[in-house]
Design a protein around this ligand. Structure first.
Ligand SMILES: Cc1cc2nc3c(=O)[nH]c(=O)nc-3n(C[C@H](O)[C@H](O)[C@H](O)COP(=O)(O)OP(=O)(O)OC[C@H]3O[C@@H](n4cnc5c(N)ncnc54)[C@H](O)[C@@H]3O)c2cc1C
Length: 528
């Protein structure tokens, strides 16, 4: 079943979550103006799936059930799946800024892989439990919030060392029929208007942290859940043409002794898998972030050109303005290309999931995390100061000032003043408003701080291979000088182009039923 955005709104009306925004209790999240931009943005993921033009990107075959599902809920099996997801996320985010739902995809793909591994290593039956849940969500076309980032308390301490155990969501009680969880997840995008939360650990856990190694699915209106959220976008602000329509709320989700039945529990103390789950989630998510921020880049590029024109200039004829636009394009398409590379160079694990390449996915996310500020600077540079200094929309209809403003701030006769103001306000909205700050910080920290990406790049990168390469070259060079190899155990000519191993090229006609690459679980003792 595929819902439309109206169907999605209607489905939210059937839920009764306890939500507060700016100190007010929200009665119906689907009808609250302060949340409307968020509901609209998630709604795009529904309507685009029903639009025939976007069908190849937005609809995918779920191999475990043989049904068609929304791309945002799909399990990847091929490089093509990853490319389609990347394109779908870009398409959605260039329309709606941040549409949230790709987080759902990322959580599902990570859980698909890790529950499969858990069963293979322990003889359990958790993958089937997860599949049953996955199919239910796909069938109902639900949207899940990813509740991963804990309150974390004192960052220098592990979860079990915190003076307040509630700063990480944990298992308070284990019952025959399920578990009781408690604690706070600090940052959940779209929290008020989700159907359910996928609670996941946000870091690796040690044995002493076992109670904090919890992953489960919980309806947003389960007893004991309170969502304390910010407004979505800039609702009701007449200057915010874009973020008045689309934008995300984020919420703190408080779990005050929430019961979760076993069929919704995927990790309950198996601390050894916490690290792998967060790591794989992060790889999928950083890959998705690349698509999301490329979509945001598309908006900046379009707004930059329009603003230039509204100023009476043209990127066609003014070299330095064209140069700034090319810089912007270079950044956006540069990090987007790493997303394509991560798709093409990914690998299939034994679960059948096709995972993006870890180096490219992390490099791309790192590039966008830091270059988002350059993107905004370049957009500011071509725009001029008016984007933050223009009088507000109330003056547009003030009989005492509107005429003078329109006449005296005109740039040229063929650019109506109101058009120039509209573009300038759009640029402010995207790059210099509090919503613009939101996009900067989600680019920087969403999916992990830059340091987390750097750690992963170092971890995934085949550094040993590069060391061997240079060692061979040194041997060869030394051999040329002295007439013999530096190391005795190396044959001359072994490292020549003919003798070297030919690098494997990505298989674009990928067969999803062949050649899995075993996942390396760093938490599993080698002896086992
Ligand atoms: C707009 C937005 C939306 C988001 N949406 C979601 C969502 O839907 N779901 C979700 O689960 N999360 C979400 N996140 C959270 C995001 O994943 C985190 O912000 C990110 O992982 C960083 O965590 P933090 O914010 O707690 O920062 P911190 O962990 O406090 O990091 C701050 C700085 O301290 C450093 N640091 C932290 N701990 C240590 C340590 N022990 N030792 C040394 N240095 C340390 C970091 O490297 C960083 O430089 C969102 C974030 C943003 C900004």
């Amino acid at each position: 079943m595929f819902l439309s955005s109206d169907g999605y709104r209607e489905s939210l009306r059937a839920l009764r979550p306890r939500v507060f925004v700016d100190g007010e209790r929200i009665d119906s999240v689907a009808d609250a103006p302060v949340l409307a931009p968020g509901v609209n943005a998630v709604g795009l993921t529904y309507d685009f799936a029903l639009d025939e033009r976007y069908r190849p990107l937005m609809i995918a075959d779920q191999h475990t059930s043989g049904t068609e599902v929304n791309r945002m809920l799909h399990i990847n099996r091929t490089p093509q799946d990853l490319i389609n997801k990347l394109e779908a996320v870009r398409l959605l985010c260039r329309e709606g800024g941040c549409v949230q739902r790709y987080l759902n995809h990322d959580g599902f793909n990570a859980l698909f892989q890790v529950t499969h591994l858990m069963d293979a290593e322990n003889g359990t039956d958790i993958h089937a439990r997860f599949l049953a849940y996955l199919h239910e969500v796909q069938e109902k076309d639900l949207t899940l919030g990813i509740a991963m980032t804990d309150g974390k308390g004192d960052r220098s301490l592990r979860p079990h060392q915190q003076s307040n155990a509630d700063s990480y969501v944990h298992i308070k009680e284990r019952r025959k029929d399920g578990i009781v969880i408690r604690g706070a997840k600090a940052i959940v995008t779209g929290a008020p208007y989700m159907h359910e939360f996928l609670v996941m650990p946000c870091r690796n856990m040690t044995e002493a942290d076992a109670d904090f190694a919890v992953c489960c699915a919980v309806p947003v209106d389960a007893e004991g859940i309170t969502i304390v959220a910010r407004p979505a976008g800039r609702p009701g602000n007449p200057a915010a043409k874009f973020s008045g329509q689309y934008g995300q709320s984020t919420g703190v989700v408080i779990f005050d002794d929430v019961f979760v039945p076993w069929d919704r529990v995927f990790l309950a103390g198996e601390w050894q898998y916490s690290h792998l789950l967060t790591r794989i989630y992060a790889t999928h998510h950083r890959h998705s972030c690349i698509g999301a921020r490329a979509g945001f880049g598309d908006l900046l590029i379009g707004a930059g050109v329009l603003m230039t024109e509204a100023n009476g200039l043209s990127t066609e004829t003014v070299p330095h303005l064209r140069d700034r636009m090319v810089e912007l394009i270079k950044i956006v398409e540069g990090f987007y290309a790493t997303g394509v590379a991560a798709s093409v160079y990914g690998f299939q694990d034994p679960s059948g999931n096709f995972q993006p390449d870890g180096v490219f996915a992390n490099v791309g996310k790192l590039l966008l995390a830091t270059q988002i500020y350059d993107m905004q600077r370049l957009a500011h540079e071509v725009s001029g100061g008016l984007i933050v200094t223009l009088p507000g929309p109330d003056e547009d209809h003030n009989p005492e000032t509107a005429g003078d403003l329109a006449a005296m701030l005109e740039t040229r006769p063929d650019v109506p003043h109101e058009k120039r103001m509209a573009v300038a306000r759009m640029m402010e909205d995207l790059t210099a408003s509090d919503e613009a700050g939101w996009y900067s910080v989600i680019s920087l920290h969403g999916g992990g701080s830059p340091e987390a990406m750097k750690r992963e790049i170092y971890r995934y990168y085949p550094i040993e291979d590069r060391v061997e390469l240079v060692k061979k070259l040194i041997d060869r060079g030394a051999a040329a000088v002295e007439g013999k190899s530096v190391s005795r155990d190396r044959q001359l000519a072994r490292c020549c182009p003919v003798g070297c191993q030919v690098p494997e090229t990505p298989q674009l006609n990928f067969d999803p039923d062949a050649s899995p690459v075993a996942l390396a679980n760093p938490m599993k003792p080698a002896a086992e």
